[in-house]
Design a protein around this ligand. Structure first.
Ligand SMILES: [Ca+2]
Length: 328
């Protein structure tokens, strides 16, 4: 009960703080304008109630941001870090969140571009990889940032105009628990989150290296039921193979992150074989590579090398992501 009261108080605080939230734009002619600031690059949009005013950046001396309501408070056990600076102009861009990352030493990754195609080896430099899939709790911090500041600093240049970063299943209790991986996010959501967090999406080869190149599955070369969050396959009367979720491993949908100790790569990355398939930075003909198995795929398909190119606008309850950074 005490926990519920505390959580209720936190949400009340967030609500009140957001109502009081007001930035100040100081114009070069000395005027001070108050409202909610959305940074749009060459222009700055100032919102006061239902009124939107576009200001030319060349006429603006500076923007004084009110502290975002979620800064410096714990949110589902996570804490937003102070904003990082971007380049020379010192404008606030993205914020980092505290997530455990593991060091992946450089290595050679065997990649087969197409079924039956030639196997080639790609050299991958050392990098850092998130130990776990990005969770709903972490993604919620990103959404709060976007609500306060907009996504201009984080959005991919090809992101569809007017796009909303709210996941497809954000209101569904089957998918929106704080420690479950965020799902129903498209590639543009994953890209923007990674940039906001001061990171990036891993490439397909990096993802493959982090998952482990020495075995077919994290635990060895043979499929093992219930060693990761997988699904099942059913043959229909038509002869078609249909993939579906099941509860044989203890979870019908996405399991809370890091629920399967057996689904652990040689470097300590968790849930790379199963749980949710994960977006990567690798593109081909406008499609993005999605790596790893998921809760809908049978155990034998939840392999380290599983990948598939998907439409970047895909929002599926089987698909999430994790982030990477350069090692230096
Ligand atoms: Ca996964």
């Amino acid at each position: 009960m005490k926990k519920l009261v505390l959580l209720g108080s936190a949400f009340a605080y967030l609500f009140l703080a957001s109502c009081l939230h007001a930035d100040t734009v100081v114009m070069k002619d000395g005027r001070r304008l108050e409202g909610k600031v959305i940074d749009k690059g060459e222009t700055i949009e100032l919102r006061t109630g239902a009124t939107k005013t576009l200001l030319d950046r060349s006429e603006v001396a500076r923007v004084e941001r009110k502290k975002a309501p979620y800064e410096n408070i714990e949110f589902f056990g996570l804490k937003a870090r102070p904003p990082i600076k971007n380049g020379t102009d010192g404008r606030k861009t993205c914020e980092q969140i505290q997530v455990e990352m593991v060091y992946i030493p450089s290595g050679e990754v065997p990649i087969r571009e197409a079924q039956g195609g030639a196997l080639r080896k790609v050299h991958v430099r050392a990098f850092l990889m998130d130990r776990t899939e990005v969770t709903n709790a972490q993604y919620a911090l990103f959404l709060k940032h976007v609500a306060a500041y907009g996504d201009t600093a984080c959005a991919h240049p090809e992101q569809p105009v007017g796009k909303d970063h709210t996941p497809a299943h954000w209101d569904d209790p089957k998918f929106n628990q704080p420690r479950q991986p965020v799902v129903g996010v498209d590639w543009y959501d994953a890209y923007a989150f990674a940039k906001w967090a001061g990171k990036r999406l891993p490439t397909r080869e990096e993802w493959r290296l982090a998952a482990g190149v020495g075995s077919v599955y994290p635990w060895g070369n043979d499929p093992q039921p219930n060693a990761c969050n997988h699904g099942s396959v059913r043959m229909l009367d038509s002869g078609e193979r249909k993939l579906y979720t099941d509860s044989s491993d203890g979870f019908v949908y996405a399991a809370p992150s890091a629920s399967f100790a057996s689904d652990q790569s040689p470097y300590g990355c968790l849930d790379m074989a199963g749980n949710v398939s994960e977006w990567t930075a690798t593109l081909n003909a406008g499609r993005a590579c999605r790596c790893g198995g998921n809760m809908c795929q049978p155990a034998e398909l939840c392999r380290n090398r599983t990948y598939r190119f998907m439409e970047r606008s895909l929002r599926s309850f089987t698909t999430g992501f994790r982030c990477a950074t350069d090692a230096e």
